[in-house]
Design a protein around this ligand. Sequence first.
Ligand SMILES: [Zn+2]
Length: 341
Amino acid sequence: MGSLRETVRSLPKAELHRHIEGCVSTPAIIRLGRKHGLKLPSFDQAELDALVKLKAPMACLDDVLRMFAIAQSVFVSLEAVEEIVFEMLEHARLKENVVLLEARYSPDFMLRGKALDWGETLGLISRTCAAYEARHGVVCGVILIASRGYGLASAEKTVDFAVRHRRLIAGFDFADSEAAYPASLYRGLAARLRDAGIPLTVHSGEEGDYRMVEETLRELKPRRIGHGVRAADEPSGRLLEIIRSQGVTIETNPWSNYLTHAVDSIEAHPLPRFIRAGVKASIGADDPEILDTDLNKEYLLALERMGLELKDLVRVGRSAVEGSFLSADKKEEALRRMPEH
Ligand SMILES: [Zn+2]
């Protein structure tokens, strides 16, 4: 048992789906809360843990949103943002052996109600990642998110911002509220991103049904799908064949899907079916601090409860690198550090 854990921990990994806002540890919340004189519901680690970590499948979405609100409240200064991003990178490298990391955030969510400038904050996050990469060899990139729940004007503002800062980002994502804000609303924005040469991933098929994934592929033509769970429900297998033949990568997040009821159990997660269908699939932790997970836990779940083998996880890791939005030379560098089979 101990040795399987160590095998998993030491396996070089690539992470494509990690939200910076979901990477704020409880000690960081307390530390930054004290430093900036913030009003937190508690400054006791055990008490605060209970308020910011989802330990069992959620009772209602509002509970999770409250957890995110506490984590979001500490993004109050550039120093705070830098500390959080640095801690995220340290965890990924030292505890999970991540060699390629794409970190994403929604500027309108992270910085809502704050005095921070979007451009300065992105510049700082980008510099922090670049410096870390130069020093420690973890290749990294930043994905900007439009939070659909904030409405179309917010998405337009975020796409404008992304196009203006094209050089600093690896890609773009439309996240959350897919049922209320269907893909067709974003067709024009997706085309703008394509014209600007910005690769797109879309949170799709986490809720609703498989038709949403079909609509996302048709309307937005993303290179990757976040979650994509519902794609496996399409009965004929045609949708998975489309995903496979288009070379679209599905960024799976198994523990997240279990906690939000996208799957009833880890055993029922469609990752093994994606792999059997020849679809390129990655494994991500989504919001590791809030969901109390990381890639070690996700990989162990895949081995112990989904019936996958180590060679499948090696393939998942290589698929993640191949589906990454980073430059070809950075991907080469990451692939060189990963096992071949
Ligand atoms: Zn996500």
